[in-house]
Design a binder for this molecule. Structure first.
Ligand code: OSB
Ligand code: MG
Length: 370
């Protein structure tokens, strides 16, 4: 039984090594909300994947802060849990806010693992010691900068390169990258930058032998993706559209995608991610773990999730140095000589928050007894 005694919220701002530009904007700093749950002198940590503004998702650091403090805390006050999967049932009557729910659930999984002396990988049923690492490269100021960034990551040994695309930064870019790197495992992510009217244009992507095209259309549009899938030979992967296990089921029923990018935060937590994993296993749909520029806390969780048997494609889980000069957690994640990231095996997340670093990068904090 876990009886959480105290909850604290921490907003941190970590400068990114390189600005990250997508079809919806640019980030120079990762503003992240961390949730800590304490019991019996042990602390469990969860990172909320919401961004600082409502661009990737309507949730933000501030909406998550508000809903956890004003809505979730009163619900969990005095509660006991025999397993973290009991939390989503308690929170089910709150509509929406999947990223906030996921962050609280993540803290409970970490706390549970630490109290039981078991790793998150083991608790989730992971089967791998290391997972294939890919890297996601944002939109660059020009083509030559992009080519040198790709070169740099290929030399480092990443197993797959994902390029952010948008109208005006696509076919020409892909042509140049393919010409220089003919055999490179390559994919693209549009973050909803196209419409079905662009179907003819998107067909040009087919000649670049991409592993997938991620989220080409509007996030609510499963039917549009199903129609587009009929026009393209490149597999469609959905990211933003998959906001719950039910949406994953709908997407697969409609044949809106052949691959799913799983972000536990976007789907409402680890329990929901496990449900999607089960569904994908039944149907033989390959999964991979997406990223949200997480700190070491979120990255450790992603690595544990990616170690499940259904996660078979390279992930957006890159080395710490690709994102941050200094992370708030230790040890840092490094790319192995095999182009993989090791899955932590210590209790819970298997990484530790460094208190001085948390203080250095913290911009706001709040705590309450439960
Ligand atoms: O669409 O996958 C995305 C980062 C922030 C928001 C959305 C996305 C991304 C990435 C980065 O592609 C993946 C990573 O963390 O390395
Ligand atoms: Mg994406």
């Amino acid at each position: 039984m876990i009886r959480p005694e105290r909850l604290s919220l921490h907003v941190v701002e970590l400068p990114l090594v390189h600005p990250f530009r997508t079809s919806f904007g640019e980030e120079r700093v990762r503003r992240a909300l961390l949730v800590a749950l304490e019991a019996e002198g042990i602390t469990g940590w969860g990172e909320c994947v919401a961004g600082s503004g409502p661009w990737y998702s309507y949730e933000t650091v501030d909406t998550a802060w508000w809903v956890i403090r004003e809505v979730f805390v009163p619900i969990i006050k005095g509660q006991r849990f025999s397993h973290p999967r009991e939390l989503p049932r308690l929170l089910a009557r709150v509509r929406g806010h999947p990223m906030a729910k996921a962050a609280l659930e993540a803290a409970l999984w970490d706390l549970y693992g630490r109290l039981e002396g078991r790793s998150l990988r083991e608790l989730l049923g992971g089967v791998r010691d290391e997972v294939p690492a890919g890297v996601s490269i944002g939109i660059q100021p020009d083509l030559s900068t992009l080519l040198s960034r790709v070169q740099e990551f290929v030399e480092q040994g990443y197993q797959r390169i994902k390029l952010k695309v948008k109208p005006g930064w696509d076919v020409e870019v892909l042509h140049a990258v393919r010409e220089r790197f003919p055999d490179l495992p390559l994919s693209v992510d549009a973050n909803s930058a196209y419409t079905l009217d662009d179907a003819h244009h998107l067909r040009e992507f087919d000649r670049f032998e991409l592993m997938m095209i991620e989220q080409p259309l509007w996030y609510e549009d499963l039917v549009g993706h199903a129609r587009l899938a009929g026009e393209l030979s490149t597999p469609i992967c959905l990211d933003e559209s998959i906001s719950s296990p039910h949406r994953a089921w709908e997407a697969l029923e409609l044949a809106a995608c052949r691959i799913i990018n799983v972000k536990q935060g976007r789907v409402g937590g680890l329990t929901a991610a496990l449900e999607i994993h089960g569904l994908a296993q039944e149907r033989g749909v390959p999964l991979w773990c997406g990223g949200m520029l997480e700190t070491g806390i979120g990255r450790a969780l992603n690595a544990a999730l990616a170690s499940l048997p259904g996660f078979t494609l390279p992930h957006d889980i890159s080395a710490t140095t690709r994102y941050y000069r200094e992370d708030i957690a230790e040890p840092r994640f490094e790319l192995t000589a095999r182009g993989t990231i090791r899955v932590p095996h210590g209790p819970g997340l298997g990484v530790e928050v460094v208190p001085e670093r948390l203080l250095r990068w913290e911009r706001a904090a709040w705590a309450t007894e439960l």
